[in-house]
Design a protein around this ligand. Sequence first.
Ligand code: BJW
Ligand code: ZN
Length: 269
Amino acid sequence: MAIHGVEDFRRALGAARRVTVLSGAGVSAESGVPTFRGAGGMWRRWSATDLATPAAWARDPGLVWEFYDYRRQRMAEVRPNRAHIALAEFEARWTAAGRDFTLVTQNVDGLHEAAGSVAVTRLHGSIWHVRCVSCGQVTPNRDVPITPAFAGAGSPDPATKTRWFGPGDLPFCKCGGLLRPHIVWFGESLDAQDIGNAVAAASRCDVFIAVGTSAVVYPAAGLIPRARAAGAVVCEVNPEPTPATPDVTVHFSGPAGEVLPGLLDGLPG
Ligand code: BJW
Ligand code: ZN
């Protein structure tokens, strides 16, 4: 089916039974959460992706916790935007009509859940959970600062006079093990069940929507060509083209908070 604009896409969506959405940092940009590869993606002299690695953690867990504590401070203050709300409201209408919906997110901020989304598969973990490096237990944790030692710390300014956070400052599990952010860092495997769900949802859907992702981080980015190869109508929502753009059925250029309501509101009719 040739899809040339919003009306064509809405017709295809209205006729679909199964919809899968892949979201990325761009969905939260209008809430004030910086994207990774855009302006505001730096903290001091590091990009977020320099510190989101097992090597950074092995070198200096205090620095990695200071970075995550800063992000938790920021994320504690933000609210879902029109994109999160359009997706949550669409899911409610869609599933009430007996149709199948899966939201796969690369985001760790919890804003989809805060907007009311239910069927969320989090591929890269959650900034609001911690995990013990010894016993592996995952626990919800909303403490900001993460320990009293981090109060007033975390300034992103490269000129910040830094202090070193040692074992006495860091969070620990009941078992005595160090707690780390429950986040999937580069080189770490995604949870097998989560990526399995995501692959299944991409492979069986009629319509796949990739929104606010640069489509460069794998295996998440691979879901887009997988959905296309399985015969889905694949729609991309992003103000910029991405490496996936040439292969999608239709690209809608613009911010997610403006574009998604126009694509989803009122459906299914
Ligand atoms: C808007 C907007 C608005 C702006 N509205 N849009 C195959 C090939 C090559 C490499 C690999 C491969 N398989 C695995 C790898 C290695 C690696 C990888 O992909 N590397 C590539 C970068 C080259 N992957 C991994 O290591 C993964 N693990 C794994 O595969 O294990 C097995 C394995 C390991 C090693 C080798 C082979 C196999 C793990 C990936 C974990 C990613 N973790 C992070 C950090 C989370 C930490 C944190 O939050 O602190 O997850 S990286 C970071 O990127 C974060 C994001 O979830 C992820 C994706 O970024 P996203 O969401 O797309 O954001 P941006 O900033 O990139 O883009 C924002 C977009 O929004 C832009 O396009 C804007 O235009 C747009 N936008 N405003 C709509 N208003
Ligand atoms: Zn433990």
